[in-house]
Ligand binder design. Structure first.
Ligand SMILES: Cc1cc2nc3c(=O)[nH]c(=O)nc-3n(C[C@H](O)[C@H](O)[C@H](O)COP(=O)(O)OP(=O)(O)OC[C@H]3O[C@@H](n4cnc5c(N)ncnc54)[C@H](O)[C@@H]3O)c2cc1C
Ligand code: SF4
Ligand code: SF4
Length: 372
C-alpha cells in the first residue's frame, strides 16, 4: 500500500461504485469503528457507510487516518500482485491463469454420509470436520439456507460442530457473503476460524494479513475457496425457474451446474435449464470478477470434470498441503491424481482465462489475461 492514507473515500470511488466491488464484505468485517453496513437484500450485495456526518462517500474516521477498509479489500489497487507476493513470494506468471498451485488432485470424503451430502466429493465438509477434530480450527464461516430452506435465500453462518458443517454442505448458486459471519464466530469465542468462500471471498484473509488490516486477520486459520464463474441474482427463482418452467423454489431439493442448470425437485422430478437462459440474472458484483479458481485460498475446490462425485482439489499453500496429506494418510479422504482427468484441468484453465478477460481496462493491469 502506498504511504498516503487511503480510506473509505477512495474505496467508495474506486471499488464500491466502479463495478469492481464483489460484495465480499472484507471491508465491513475489518472496520474497527463499525461504521460500514452491508446490504444483502433486493439483489444488492454491497457495503455502505452508516454515518451521516460526511455523507455516503467519505468517512470521518478515514479523514482522521483510519485505513482498515482499503487494506481489507481484495479489489483495491494492486490487490492481486500484493497477495501473490505475500502468499507465494512472487507474482503469478502470465501462464498461471488459475493462480499459483502446488498440486492438483481429485478427492472425495471417505465417510459415506459426508460424501453424499457434499455437492461434489464432499471434500470441503470433510476438511472442516477434520480440522475441527484436529485442533486446526474451532469454527468455520459457511453458508446456510434461511429458515426451513424453502426460500432458497443463502445466509452466512458459523459451524462449530460436525452436524452444523453437514447442515451447510452443498452449493447454492446465489451470493452469500460468508465473511459476514465473522462477528458471530468471535462472539462465540472462536480463535481459529476457517473461511469457506467464493473466489472473491477467499482473497479476503490474505489481503488483510498482507496489508496489516488489524487484528481480524489473525483469527483466520484456514481458507477454503470454491471455484466460481458467477453467482445468480435471487430473482432467478421467480423470474426464470418459476415464470418459464413452473418450478417453485419451495419444491426444489438440490441444484448443480454441469454445463446446464440442474434442478432436482422434492417429488423426484429432474429438470435442466440451459445456462444461456440464466445469464441475464448474473449478479452485478460478478461481472468484472477475474478470479475463477479461488487463486488465494489454501485449498481451492470445484466440481468440473468427468467424475461427478469427486472434488477437483487445487492445493496452493504449505498449510493446504499439510492438511490434504494428513487426511489422505489417515484415510479421511480418498485421492486420485489430477492426471486421471486431464480434461478437468484443461477446463479450469479455459474458464480461468474467460474470467480474466472480464477485468476492466481502468483498473491495474495484472489480473487481466496476458497470453504467454
Ligand atoms: C455459487 C457457486 C458457484 C460455483 N461455481 C463453480 C464453477 O463454476 N465450477 C466449479 O468447478 N465449481 C463451482 N463451484 C464449487 C462447487 O459447487 C463445490 O462447492 C465444490 O466443488 C466443493 O464441493 P464439495 O462437495 O467438496 O463441498 P461441500 O462439502 O458440499 O461444501 C460446500 C461448502 O460451500 C458452502 N457454500 C455453499 N453455497 C455457498 C454460497 N452460495 N456461497 C458461499 N458458500 C457456499 C457450504 O456452506 C459448504 O461449506 C461453485 C460453488 C458455488 C457455491
Ligand atoms: S470488494 Fe469487498 S472489501 Fe472491497 S469494497 Fe466491495 S465488499 Fe468491500
Ligand atoms: S464470479 Fe464468483 S468469485 Fe467472482 S465476484 Fe462473483 S461470486 Fe465472487
Amino acid at each position: 500500500m502506498p504511504p498516503e492514507k487511503l480510506q473509505w473515500k477512495e474505496l467508495y470511488a474506486e471499488v464500491v461504485t466502479s463495478g469492481l466491488c464483489t460484495g465480499c464484505a472484507g471491508c465491513v468485517v475489518a472496520c474497527p469503528h463499525d461504521v460500514l453496513g452491508y446490504k444483502d437484500t433486493d439483489d444488492v450485495y454491497k457495503p455502505f457507510h452508516l454515518e451521516e456526518e460526511l455523507g455516503p462517500d467519505n468517512c470521518i474516521h478515514g479523514e482522521r487516518g483510519c485505513t482498515s477498509c482499503t487494506r481489507a479489500c481484495p479489489r483495491f489497487r494492486a490487490w492481486e500482485p500484493e497477495i501473490d507476493q505475500f502468499l507465494f513470494g512472487r507474482p503469478r506468471t502470465a501462464d498461471e491463469v488459475e493462480g499459483i498451485t502446488k498440486d492438483v488432485i481429485l478427492t472425495r470424503a471417505a465417510d459415506d454420509k459426508v460424501h453424499e451430502l457434499g455437492q461434489d466429493g464432499g471434500l470441503v465438509s470433510a476438511i472442516l470436520i477434520w480440522a475441527l477434530e484436529h485442533g486446526y480450527i474451532d469454527a468455520a464461516l459457511v453458508s446456510y439456507l434461511e429458515g426451513d430452506g424453502s426460500t432458497w435465500k443463502a445466509i452466512p453462518g458459523v459451524a462449530r460442530t460436525k452436524e452444523q458443517i453437514l447442515e451447510a454442505a452443498g452449493s447454492r448458486y446465489t451470493y452469500c457473503s460468508n465473511p459476514m459471519a465473522y462477528a458471530e464466530a468471535i462472539e462465540g469465542g472462536a480463535e481459529k476460524i476457517a473461511l469457506v468462500g467464493m473466489s472473491c471471498q477467499s482473497s479476503v484473509p490474505p489481503v488483510m494479513t498482507a496489508r496489516k488490516a488489524g487484528k481480524v486477520a489473525r483469527k483466520f486459520a484456514l481458507n477454503i475457496g470454491l471455484l466460481c464463474s458467477k453467482t445468480f441474482e435471487d430473482a432467478i427463482f421467480e423470474e426464470l425457474f418459476e415464470a418459464k418452467y413452473g418450478l417453485k423454489k419451495q419444491d426444489m431439493k438440490k441444484m448443480n451446474i454441469k454445463g446446464v442448470f440442474q434442478i432436482w425437485m422434492k417429488n423426484g422430478d429432474y429438470h435442466e435449464v440451459p445456462l444461456k437462459e440464466c445469464h441475464a440474472w448474473t449478479r452485478e458484483g460478478c461481472k468484472m470478477c477475474p478470479d475463477f479458481a479461488a487463486e488465494h485460498a489454501d485449498i481451492s475446490t470445484g466440481g468440473i470434470g468427468k467424475y461427478n462425485d469427486w472434488t477437483l482439489t487445487i492445493v496452493r499453500t504449505d498449510l493446504g498441503r499439510e492438511i490434504i496429506i494428513k487426511m489422505l494418510e489417515d484415510g479421511s479422504i480418498i485421492g486420485r491424481p489430477g492426471d486421471d482427468d486431464p480434461g478437468a484441468i484443461e477446463l479450469m484453465r479455459k474458464l480461468s482465462k474467460k474470467s480474466r478477460k472480464r477485468w476492466p481496462e481502468f483498473a491495474i493491469p495484472e489480473p487481466k489475461l496476458i497470453e504467454a
